[in-house]
Design a protein around this ligand. Structure first.
Ligand SMILES: *Cc1c(COP(=O)(O)O)cnc(C)c1O
Length: 372
């Protein structure tokens, strides 16, 4: 038995980090790839659907994979502080990894539109939380401006080390399935994660990609066999926040899926490259479809993801029904974050399923018998 210690130790030869760089890790990665057993039958779709549940990472989202590498590199370069703009999960991860490293974190969050659990995470880990009267896109612009003069390292996904860490999710999927899936579906906000997965799959296949531009020398083609297949990459956005569907920035993005409430994606060009090279597509979902799928997945498979995450599965199910994804395909959907971060979304319609009775045996038995 050896203790699992996170993605840097697991994939060091595939990451562009100095060998002497001390890994700042919380044991992120190695998340479950869960095969859906009930939903495909219920929804009458014929496919092997897997969900990669990134919600079980240390701070509850895939951002930890990127943050461990970005913070490790920042500390190695001598940074004493990091900064990010965030819809919530980046700030939670930045705060936790900064705490681990013993450096300062500054996080800019949009007023009001952040899930309560994520805000609590940033606070408990001791970050300085700057709430701006604006949205994520305003925050991102301000972070870039401030970092020009202040001695702080940006750890948003424009930091290429973030994508290098996040590509390891694709490695884990190829290892678990023994090959790449036919389709990989993800929610898209800034489009860093869809790009990171494409980089990972390309490295596994030993194929070049224009999306890998930052670290061409970091490639190591050994260890994943000779299989040359890569999946088609499918990105889903919320209809009120869908710049990739509109062909340009959306000025007042709105969606219940706050993690992807982004109107001006930072990895715009890279995402179109992924779209072109993988022969994939982008599509959009209404908030109601996203929430219904979040519920369905929780009720029928026991997996509780946050709203943004459910858009990957909602889109995949719809595309399977419409034949855009052919029957018999192997499909992986990334569930980007944990549903427990955002309980308000579930509880805002009241406590469904809650039964109140007197504290006596007969009353409890009656409550059970009526519902068996
Ligand atoms: C950050 C995030 C996304 C969006 O990822 P991008 O890389 O910005 O496209 C989706 N879902 C959750 C839960 C997130 O935290």
């Amino acid at each position: 038995m050896s203790r699992y210690t996170g993605i840097i130790e697991a994939y060091r030869n595939r990451l562009p980090l100095d060998l002497e760089a001390r890994a700042i890790s919380l044991g992120e990665g190695r998340t479950p790839l869960i095969r859906l057993e009930n939903l495909p039958r219920l929804e009458s779709v014929e496919a092997d659907i897997y969900v990669k549940f990134e919600g079980v990472n240390p701070t509850g989202s895939f951002k930890d994979r990127g943050m461990t590498v970005a913070v490790t590199q920042a500390v190695h370069e001598g940074s004493r502080a990091i900064i990010c703009a965030s819809t919530g999960n980046t700030s939670a991860a930045a705060a936790a990894y900064a705490a681990r490293a013993g450096i300062k974190a500054f996080v800019l969050i949009p007023e009001g539109k952040i899930a309560l659990g994520k805000l609590a995470q940033a606070i408990v880990h001791g970050a300085t939380v700057v709430q701006i009267r604006g949205n994520f896109d305003d925050g991102m612009r301000l972070v870039k401006e401030v970092a020009q003069t202040a001695p702080v390292a940006i750890v948003n996904s424009i930091n290429p080390y973030r994508l290098q860490g996040q590509k390891t999710a694709a490695f884990e999927i190829v290892e678990a399935l023994g090959r790449a899936p036919d389709f990989h579906c993800l929610p898209v906000g800034n489009a860093g994660n869809i790009t990171a997965h494409w980089i990972g799959y390309s490295e596994c296949a030993g194929l070049e990609s224009g999306a890998c531009a930052h670290f061409p020398d970091s490639w190591d083609f050994s260890g994943f066999g000779t299989q040359r297949k890569r999946p088609r990459m499918v990105g889903y956005q919320a209809a009120g926040s869908a710049p990739f569907l509109r062909g340009g920035p959306v000025h007042n993005p709105e969606t219940v899926a706050t993690a992807i409430r982004i109107g001006n994606p930072q990895s715009w060009d890279l995402a179109w490259k992924v779209h072109e090279e993988s022969h994939g597509w982008f599509d959009e979902l209404e908030d109601a479809e996203i929430l219904a799928t979040q519920r369905l997945l929780a009720e029928r498979e026991g997996v509780f993801c946050e709203p943004a995450s459910a858009s990957s599965l909602a889109g995949a199910l719809r595309d399977l029904k419409q034949g855009k994804i052919p029957a018999g395909s192997t499909v992986v959907c990334t569930l980007t974050g944990n549903g427990m971060k955002d309980p308000d979304v579930i509880l805002k319609n009241g406590l469904t399923g809650l039964v109140e009775v007197d504290a006596e045996r007969g009353a409890v038995e009656r409550a059970l018998l009526e519902r068996l």
